[in-house]
Design a protein around this ligand. Structure first.
Ligand code: SF4
Length: 76
């Protein structure tokens, strides 16, 4: 499993993560920033655990994010 972390307050709403991993990311119509689907929020940081099969496309989302606000950690 992996944990995805998004520092959402710095999101510029570019849509790159949505294009890479559309099952896990959507852009909010309210504030134009990306929503990490299923995430828990702690102190403004959004986090969700994912299964291994989701890793590759979310790794692409991480690499494509122009402001480097997506992190992914292996947790098991
Ligand atoms: S790629 Fe990064 S900046 Fe662009 S919408 Fe996704 S989280 Fe926001």
């Amino acid at each position: 499993m992996y944990k995805i972390i998004q520092y959402r307050n710095k999101c510029i709403g570019c849509n790159a993560c949505v294009e890479a991993a559309p099952k896990r990311w959507i852009v909010s119509r309210k504030d134009g920033r990306a929503i990490l689907v299923g995430a828990n929020i702690k102190k403004g940081i959004h986090m969700v655990d994912i299964e291994d099969w989701e890793f590759e496309e979310n790794e692409n989302a991480k690499h494509n994010c122009p402001v480097n606000i997506i992190a992914i950690k292996k947790i098991g």
